[in-house]
Design a binder for this molecule. Structure first.
Ligand SMILES: [Zn+2]
Length: 450
């Protein structure tokens, strides 16, 4: 009986396999030929004139000589007329579930959370951000329906719930909610999968494993004080080195890495001693810590937080406002140290509950000309961010090279009307200036060939 069942199963699998081969053979690959474009490849300081052929989801050929393809139903030919073809932009510190959420995020049900997130995901892709690294939130269903092609959005590298110690940056309980029994009920934010409160090696390991079971590409721990949380001052370090090392061991057994939310030197040093590979924020680092990061090849994802028109409004004089001002004061220094010690660093916006600011994702990126040449700014948000994302190794949900215009790389591409290497502000107005947006070989926007 058991054998019969196995045989039936094997036959069914063989049949499904045959069907998918048959379907694949029936449907010719989509081909897009970009002619007469100036390529910014995500790496170099100059553009070069080329024709670029995309077959399926791969950049098949880049040629200085004109390329020709026969015009058939599956072929799109785009005359670039000297416009810039570049890799899709990426945001390495993004919260898909939180960026567009208005009102009290902790009062939203699963329906509202997911619907608002797919709404935001489409807007994100349509301003040229073809990949986001999602550093916390219950994003797995949103990612799945985008990857399945049911909804429009970017590629998502997901961390899952943000793991926090009691009293840490993920603990939004009020002091009157504690103490709780060791077999306590989950908080509403935990039930939703936004945060997970875990103390001690055993609990930390369990929560890490739960995220990995959901398909997390990496793990995020709260390693130090944060702005929005009610109990923790900014300067505190969270988790012991032993607890951090427990998370790292579990993640590395699964083939991936741990990142920490940390602003201060002390918190970052603890995290590195626990074995983390990347730091989120790092605005309050010092020379010694930057040196340690360099020695241990620890990367950092920085945000352009300033006292400018995009500053996050906080109740004046509040605990949160003081913490926000403290971290903003470190932004220039953190970028300077990342540059001085040649750290691998990424760009991310960390937009929360602010649809208007989310729309300024490209404008936020353009602010980095304060420290870098325009080509370097574009490199940071393309190939450099991808170096951090590829730390997911075998848990990378989108294997293949990305963030570059190179033969064999995945075809996430933008055609820009103008030269962003001369005028970085072009990326601040994507609706006007990005005339083609392609993700995984599929054109989502085409405002020149209709
Ligand atoms: Zn964040």
């Amino acid at each position: 009986m058991k054998n019969l069942k196995m045989k039936l199963l094997a036959t069914a699998i063989a049949f499904i396999g045959w069907c998918s081969v048959a379907i694949a053979q029936d449907k010719p690959k989509q081909i897009t030929l970009f002619t007469n474009v100036q390529v910014f490849d995500g790496l170099s300081d100059k553009r070069f004139k080329s024709d670029v052929l995309v077959e399926g989801n791969i950049i098949k050929q880049i040629s200085k000589e004109p390329l020709m393809v026969a015009q058939t139903d599956n072929v799109t030919i785009i005359n670039g007329e000297g416009r810039t073809l570049m890799p899709g932009l990426t945001d390495a510190h993004w919260h898909s579930m939180g960026a567009y959420m208005t009102g009290d995020p902790f009062a939203a049900g699963a329906g509202r959370l997911n619907l608002v997130a797919v709404h935001g995901a489409e807007k994100t892709l349509m301003r040229g951000f073809t990949t986001v690294r999602d550093v916390g939130g219950p994003v797995f269903d949103v990612k799945a329906v985008i990857d399945e092609g049911l909804f429009v959005g970017p590629r998502i590298y997901a961390a899952g719930s943000m793991i926090s110690q009691t009293s840490g940056h993920g603990d939004f309980r009020s002091p009157i909610d504690i103490p709780q029994s060791y077999s306590r009920e989950l908080t509403p934010q935990e039930r939703m999968g936004t945060v997970a409160i875990a103390d001690g090696r055993a609990q930390v390991m369990q929560r890490v494993r739960e995220n990995l079971m959901h398909g997390a590409a990496f793990i995020k721990l709260m390693g130090g004080g944060g702005v929005a949380s009610p109990s923790d001052p900014l300067d505190v370090s969270q988790y012991t080195i032993e607890e951090i090392a427990a998370a790292v061991e579990v993640a590395e057994n699964w083939g991936t890495y741990v990142t920490v939310h940390s602003y201060t030197a002390k918190a970052i040093q603890n995290a590195i001693r626990g074995g983390v590979r990347n730091v989120e924020h790092g605005q309050l680092i010092d020379e010694e810590t930057a040196k340690l990061m360099q020695e241990t090849n620890t990367s950092v994802c920085l945000q352009p937080f300033y006292n400018d028109e995009d500053a996050i409004p906080m109740p004046p004089g509040s605990f949160q406002e003081k913490k926000y001002q403290q971290l903003i004061s470190g932004t220039d220094n953190a970028f300077a140290l990342a540059k001085k010690y040649d750290l691998l660093f990424g760009f991310g916006t960390d937009t929360q509950g602010n649809p208007a600011l989310a729309e300024r994702q490209g404008a936020q990126l353009a602010k980095l000309v304060r420290y870098f040449e325009p080509w370097e700014v574009l490199k940071i948000a393309t190939s450099q961010n991808y170096q951090i994302m590829k730390r997911s190794g075998p848990r990378d949900p989108y294997p293949g090279e990305n963030g570059v215009v190179k033969e064999g790389a995945l075809a996430d591409l933008l055609l820009v009307d103008g030269n962003p290497l001369e005028d970085i502000d072009l990326i601040a107005d994507p609706h006007k200036n990005f005339v083609i947006i392609m993700k995984d070989g599929v054109i989502y926007k085409n405002s020149i060939n209709k």
